[in-house]
Ligand binder design. Structure first.
Ligand SMILES: NC(=O)c1ccc[n+]([C@@H]2O[C@H](COP(=O)([O-])OP(=O)(O)OC[C@H]3O[C@@H](n4cnc5c(N)ncnc54)[C@H](OP(=O)(O)O)[C@@H]3O)[C@@H](O)[C@H]2O)c1
Length: 323
């Protein structure tokens, strides 16, 4: 019988149980996927703690890659043996799973299972942020918070490849070095330095057209002060906690700012959107413009250790569970 990590009660990392599961045959529109690797994302922590609530028992994990093992009725464009990957439908922390076929994309030969599991969610998020939410262009000076994180490292490299100059915040010197080696021109140790003052200095007082903020509570308000008049605040995560409510007039006071809170899944809901985002990601990775940095690998059954590391701010780049 295959095994999975299951949550029966929400809570700390100890609620992640290594459990045998029945998978069964794929229903109409589904395939059975034998996974080779699963990604670890901040969203998994929210599912585990219950801050994003799901019916229990629940198998976390919103990203994975593997081989199609069986096909249900009404599935087009996939066959047994295909190498595929996904970001989205939860249930990724399993050796074998059922999944809707229209959420899978075929993997090019140039992309390994580990790379795919490390990048599908964070990489398509980067694609959405800098190619759709704010199309980054040559000459832009932009701010990326948590620049050495999984999403952060991809954002830095991709934005630099588009000709932007990236300012990134990080908590340690080691993370600053890593971000620097991945496209981040100016790093700010936001644990020690005032990032608003640093952004003002680096931009010669001009400030920025856009800020990409995944940190949330600790950075949100001061990020608004990094924006020039009519700049765009992109708050896309809350690693430090949820943002306190704000009143819209604050945006006027800070310079007629724009504010958006995007979620990847709303941008890849339609099949053609998913394919377009995934294909752009595959292209920048296959071309070498974006390198997927897997800095933590754990066996699937040790998913709790991966969660502890992510929560402790002890990770950089992407984290993968190997199967
Ligand atoms: N909207 C979307 O569709 C979408 C998609 C993907 C990810 N996200 C969000 O983006 C964020 C980053 O996700 P990720 O998977 O790429 O994680 P990550 O950035 O690799 O890890 C989180 C990083 O946040 C920083 N951080 C700052 N304050 C923190 C705190 N109090 N506790 C823990 N970490 C803190 C840490 O970097 P430093 O040590 O350098 O500060 C940490 O390494 C998450 O909030 C996630 O939910 C959103």
């Amino acid at each position: 019988m295959p095994y999975a990590i299951q949550i029966r009660l929400t809570g700390g990392p100890e609620v992640l149980n290594w459990t045998p599961i029945k998978v069964g045959e794929p229903g109409s529109g589904q395939v059975r996927l034998r996974q080779a690797a699963a990604g670890v994302n901040y969203m998994d922590l929210y599912h585990r703690t219950g801050s994003y609530s799901e019916p229990l028992p629940f198998i976390p994990g919103v990203e994975g890659a593997g081989i199609v093992e069986a096909i249900g009725q009404a599935v087009r464009g996939l066959k047994v043996g295909d190498r595929v990957a996904y970001a989205g439908p939860a249930g990724g922390y399993s050796e074998v799973r059922l999944i809707e076929a229209d959420r899978l994309v075929r993997l090019p030969d140039a992309i390994s299972f580990d790379q795919a599991a490390a990048m599908m969610l964070q990489g398509m998020t980067a694609q959405v942020l800098i190619r759709q939410v704010y199309p980054v262009k040559a000459g832009d000076l932009i701010l990326v918070h948590a620049a050495a994180g999984g999403t952060g490292l991809i954002l830095c490299q991709w934005a630099a490849a588009l000709g932007a100059t990236v300012i990134g915040t990080v908590s340690t010197e080691a993370k600053a070095e890593l971000a620097h080696a991945h496209g981040c021109k100016h790093s700010i140790l936001y644990s020690k330095q005032d990032f608003v003052a640093e952004v003002s200095r680096i931009s010669g007082g001009e400030k920025l057209p856009v800020v990409f903020d995944s940190v949330g509570k600790d950075t949100f308000l001061r990020s608004l002060d990094c924006l020039r008049s009519r700049g765009l605040m992109v708050t896309f995560g809350q690693s430090s906690g949820p943002i306190d409510p704000i009143v819209p007039v604050l945006l006027r006071e800070k310079g007629s700012l724009f504010l958006t809170r995007p979620l990847l899944f709303h941008y890849i809901a339609r099949r053609e959107e998913l394919e377009s985002s995934a294909n752009e990601l595959f292209d920048v990775v296959a071309s070498g413009k974006v390198r997927i940095k897997i800095n933590q690998r754990f066996a699937l059954k040790d998913a709790a250790d991966a969660h502890k590391a992510l929560e402790a701010r002890a990770t950089s780049g992407s984290t993968v569970l190997t199967i």
